[in-house]
Ligand binder design. Structure first.
Ligand SMILES: Nc1ncnc2c1ncn2[C@@H]1O[C@H](COP(=O)(O)OP(=O)(O)O)[C@@H](O)[C@H]1O
Ligand SMILES: [Mg+2]
Length: 365
């Protein structure tokens, strides 16, 4: 932890020197003030983390310092030093925001105990502040990336439409069609990104309610593979199924559909012409394991660690022309964890990749 700077406001010189000696020996930075005005001006100038404030000062009472500290929003916990530690004064000072008390006369051990407690509090506050700032930074970064990801295709669509309006395609219906098809492709990409974002925020905010039910995983996988058939055919990728129906589970079908749709989609998307995708599934005891393997472009080791991070996309010559949001695997991992399972990946760059999802066959709740 960074140094803690303590201010001692007391009119008795012996008190100031005594506190300084004890606290400096503990490695604290100590400043002192002999009256309220000096103390307040030091507090206002910043750089003080904790103040020890005498209840009775020559120019004002210690309580009014608490008032000022609070009304000026100075973020400094104060320990009141009082000669007559009555219950009333304790209650009054606490109401004004005093962090703690020390009754005069006190021993070095008592001083240390009070200061240690306050320092622990300061440490926790600093940590909370740091986390808050980190959260803000992450949120801003998220907004920045999303805005960029939406702006780029929108600008492209705008460009195409401008060209059309300016007569670029003339009267040739084929030219019109080509341009409109490109617009549509970009719009589709934007819609998918927004759908992914909605999935992600629903999961993150905890508002996504899982609805587990009796289901057959084999039937779900059959369905997903069928949906991707045209896409696989276009890329001359063969999809093989290695599982025996039924595979009974008690799980949220919607969530599993998102998980395996993403994995199968990636296995085809990041494959090569004439490649293969294998979907394996089996139930063993209380667990179900699904493996989606491909003979595609593979993932470099340094990229493998970041795969499940939001917006991460590997940048290699092979992936350059493949569209995507980089959100799919982040969503997959969150859903798998929500379902009490885990996901692993094995890959060899240039050879292929296998994602393995293990889930409890019967989800609780
Ligand atoms: N089966 C795979 N083979 C090779 N690379 C993959 C595979 N699956 C995912 N990746 C890499 O991980 C990145 C993140 O995947 P994902 O989160 O699904 O986002 P997207 O597919 O939208 O890019 C991809 O951009 C790609 O670089
Ligand atoms: Mg994907």
């Amino acid at each position: 932890m960074e140094a803690v700077r303590i201010l001692v406001i007391d009119d008795e010189e012996g008190m100031r020197l005594g506190c300084r000696k004890v606290l400096e020996r503990r490695g604290f930075e100590v400043k002192t003030a002999a009256d309220g005005a000096e103390g307040l001006s030091l507090l206002r100038s910043g750089g003080i983390d904790l103040a020890l404030v005498d209840y009775k000062l020559p120019d004002r009472d210690g309580m009014s310092i608490l008032d000022e500290v609070r009304s000026e929003g100075l973020d400094v916990p104060c320990i009141m030093i009082t000669a007559y530690a009555t219950l009333e004064s304790a209650v009054a000072a606490t109401k004004k925001g005093a962090y703690d008390f020390l009754a005069k006369p006190f021993t070095p051990a008592e001083l240390n105990a009070a200061v240690d407690k306050a320092v622990e509090y300061i440490r926790l506050q600093r940590e909370a502040k740091r986390l808050k700032e980190e959260k803000k930074r992450v949120r801003l970064e998220f907004v920045r990336i999303v805005s960029h990801e939406l702006k780029a295709p929108l600008a492209t669509i705008e460009g195409y439409l401008t060209n059309l309006l300016e007569g670029y395609a003339g009267d040739d219906p084929e030219a019109w069609r080509r341009i409109l098809e490109r617009c549509k492709l970009r719009a589709e990409g934007m819609r998918k990104l927004i759908e992914d974002l909605l999935d992600l925020t629903r999961i993150e905010s905890g508002s996504k309610e899982s609805r587990p039910e009796e289901m057959d995983l084999a039937a779900l996988l059959d369905d997903i593979v069928e949906v991707f058939e045209p896409q696989a055919e276009r890329k001359k990728v063969v999809v093989e199924k290695e599982y025996r129906p039924p595979i009974p589970m008690f799980a949220d079908v919607g969530e599993l559909r998102i998980v395996f749709t993403n994995l199968v989609s990636n296995a085809i998307k990041y494959n090569r012409e004439g490649g293969k995708v294998t979907v394996k599934a089996a139930r063993e005891g209380d667990e179900v394991t699904v493996e989606v393997s491909d003979t595609g472009i593979g993932i470099r080791e340094e990229d493998r660690k970041k795969l499940f991070t939001e917006f991460f996309r590997a940048r290699t010559p092979e992936t350059r022309n493949i569209p995507g949001s980089g959100l799919g695997l982040a969503i997959v991992r969150k859903l798998v964890e929500l379902g009490g399972g885990r996901i692993e990946v094995e890959s060899e760059y240039g050879k292929g990749t296998t994602f393995r999802v293990t889930l409890p066959a019967r989800r609780e709740g």
